[in-house]
Design a protein around this ligand. Structure first.
Ligand code: WTA
Length: 632
């Protein structure tokens, strides 16, 4: 396992230097350690103008042979996947690499039997059950492109994504467990599919044993389909640049876009970054608490660990059920050595009783990780002290759906660690800070817009079905640079601290939403004329959603209106995008050209109206006083 790992700061520095001076040689040496059916012809071809980026062109492989088959000889009986259910009284499930390989092959054969083939888009809308992990790998096995949709999204959000990808199949379950609740899943799929003509088959996994509506000729139960199906399924040969998956994510404009990752580069970077950042060892029990519906679950629950031959833990439940000690109880139960979670979970647990943590031993833990949003110093120290007992490196990992893997992060025990700082870039990653004109800021002790000036293997290739959108979103703001949408500081020693989004994206509990997307949903409500949404600091979620809404008419009571607006957002996007505050206003601060001045709304939402800057250019400056007076 160790042959990809950097073991000292000197080794890191050497690797970093080489990765900049000779990126192709650097990545070719790493890629050589994987199983390829045929070696690539060129290591890298790229330009950021179109953009056109190809890694390991001409190489042939299947990522599941690298995740599963290549481990069978030496790790066949090693645990690949541990699954812990929502209810601690229910039995957990474990699969060795051999067993997981069989399950994936069987599921792949079920997909084929139901008509799936290479290149098809398959949408997976499933809770955190083992079949979700198996289904994702089964798609990759046959060369179908998976598009996992987090099972908390609404039917409308699902059908938008299915139609955008023109998916032909949906993999789902009857229902799901979430804390004390059981939630229908298939019903949401049925509703979504009313508007999805491309979908021909739905395969349903039984989780709750609920009687669900099954559409004749379209819907089948997985447990029926798998009867008598072979556990052997040769992997489809894929080109390095064939699509591996699409994952939808929000940007500052329009509907969520389908970020596309391809087979070869994603594979190489997923394992390289996983093994280095966490410094994994053969005996580790590794737990990433993210849902597979997000990029963190894709790269660091599933692909990264399995590529590395690690034991990965998957958890169906939530941190607060049956009580706030659940995470720590699971750590002790399985002897978790590496624990990777989000700041929002830490902040929620911090607010609870400290004994919920202190009553567990947690002595198996070796490395802690954080992802998804900036981790404030208070949460950092709480996590480091009470969970890590001041004895575990805490890696603050900065990256994005579009980057495929961790970009800037402490390498546990190898590179410097500083509270609330992601710190240094991994080898192969070339971040720069630019000012608003796009000029590089070279000194240290500065702040700027975070960009990348050179491609890495798991960089986004395109946005599905609309390449121009990828160019406009990431490669057109600053010439010849990939723009992240984040602002960052670089301290005197060159360590990065990510400040957060500088575009119209709100990061709620580590989940991204575009303000435009939420506004569009709110505007669907029949009482609403127009709305403007901004983020504001929230103790647990990092950012909360604050909506300023202009209405046509007021229903009987103002509470009804608020409840209805929330209901509309839940219907269009999902519960996770519910506005925290809704202020009814008679107008919005707009410039004479009709552009909403969000800077002013952000200040009001933050509760800081002392200096709103110049408001004289507004069409109607009086509206600002009204908004200030009515602030929530
Ligand atoms: C934010 C999640 C600060 C950032 C992997 C980024 C972070 C967005 C960190 C991507 C971190 C992620 N520190 N901010 N360690 N990690 N972010 O696509 O604003 O869901 O642009 O990917 O989350 O969110 P995404």
């Amino acid at each position: 396992m160790e042959n990809l790992q950097l073991k000292s700061f000197e080794e890191y520095q050497q690797a970093y230097k080489r990765s900049v001076e000779d990126p192709e040689g650097f990545w070719a040496d790493i890629a050589d350690k994987f199983t390829w059916r045929k070696k690539w012809n060129t290591t890298l071809e790229w330009n950021f103008e179109e953009p056109d980026i190809k890694w390991f062109k001409g190489g042939k492989l299947n990522i599941t042979e690298n995740c599963l088959d290549r481990h069978l000889k030496t790790r066949g009986n090693k645990l690949a996947l541990i699954w812990e259910p929502n209810d601690p009284k229910e039995r957990f499930i474990r699969y060795t690499y051999r067993e997981l390989h069989e399950r994936v092959c069987q599921f792949a054969n079920v997909l084929k039997k139901n008509g799936a083939k290479k290149g098809d888009r398959i949408c997976i809308y499933m809770p955190m059950i083992p079949e979700l992990a198996i289904a994702v790998l089964a798609c990759a096995r046959i060369g179908a492109i998976h598009s996992v949709i987090f099972a908390g999204f609404s039917a409308v959000a699902m059908s938008d994504r299915i139609n955008d990808a023109q998916a032909t199949m949906v993999l789902t379950s009857d229902g799901l467990n979430r804390g004390a609740k059981q939630i229908p899943v298939k019903r949401v799929v049925d509703e979504a599919l009313e508007d999805c003509p491309s979908v021909q088959k739905v395969i349903v996994v039984e989780r709750l044993g609920w009687a669900v509506n099954m559409v004749e000729g379209r819907d089948v139960w997985y447990h029926d389909e798998v009867q008598g199906v072979s556990k052997d399924c040769p992997a489809e040969e894929m080109d390095s640049e064939d699509m591996l998956f699409i994952l939808y994510t929000s940007g500052s404009t329009g509907k969520p876009k389908g970020v596309v990752h391809t087979c070869g580069g994603y594979m190489v970077y997923a394992q390289y970054s996983f093994m280095n950042v966490f410094q994994t060892q053969e005996s580790d029990v590794y737990w990433c608490t993210a849902d597979i519906g997000w990029i963190t679950g894709h790269t660091y629950l599933l692909y990264g660990p399995l590529l590395s031959g690690a034991t990965t833990l998957m958890f169906e439940g939530v941190p607060s059920y049956p009580d706030n000690g659940r995470f720590w109880q699971v750590c002790d139960k399985f002897g978790v050595t590496i624990f990777y979670t989000a700041p929002t979970a830490i902040r929620a647990l911090m607010a609870g009783d400290i004994d919920d943590v202190l009553s567990y031993s947690l002595d198996s833990l070796r490395v802690l990780g954080s992802v998804g949003e900036p981790i404030n110093e208070e949460a950092w120290h709480w996590y480091y002290t009470h969970v890590g007992k001041e004895d575990c490196p805490l890696v603050d990992t900065w990256w994005q759906t579009e980057t495929g893997g961790i970009m800037i992060s402490t390498i546990a025990g190898v590179t410097p660690m500083k509270p609330s700082h992601a710190a240094l870039p991994l080898p192969g990653i070339q971040p720069i800070l630019v000012d608003s004109d796009g000029n590089e800021i070279k000194e240290n002790g500065v702040e700027g817009y975070l960009c990348m000036k050179f491609p890495w293997p798991s960089i986004i290739r395109t946005t599905y079905g609309d390449h121009e959108r990828a160019r406009l979103s990431y490669f057109s703001t600053y010439k010849n640079l990939y723009f992240t949408g984040d602002g960052a500081k670089r301290d005197e020693n060159g360590l990065y601290r990510i400040i957060g989004r500088v575009d119209d994206v709100i990061n709620v509990s580590g989940h991204r939403f575009g303000t435009a997307e939420i506004e569009e949903a709110i505007n669907h409500n029949e009482h609403v004329v127009e709305s403007a949404v901004v983020g504001y600091p929230h103790d647990v979620k990092g950012q909360g959603i604050y909506a300023f809404v202009i209405i046509k008419d007021m229903p009987e009571k103002e509470e009804y209106l608020r409840a209805e607006i929330i209901e509309t957002v839940v219907e269009k996007i999902g519960k996770i995008a519910r506005p925290d505050k809704i202020q009814i206003v008679s107008g919005l601060p707009k410039t004479r050209s009709g552009k909403i001045m969000r800077r002013i709304l952000r200040k009001v939402a933050e509760g800081d109206t002392s200096n709103l800057g110049d408001t004289s250019t507004l069409l109607d400056p009086d509206v600002v006083d009204e908004i200030k007076a009515g602030a929530l």
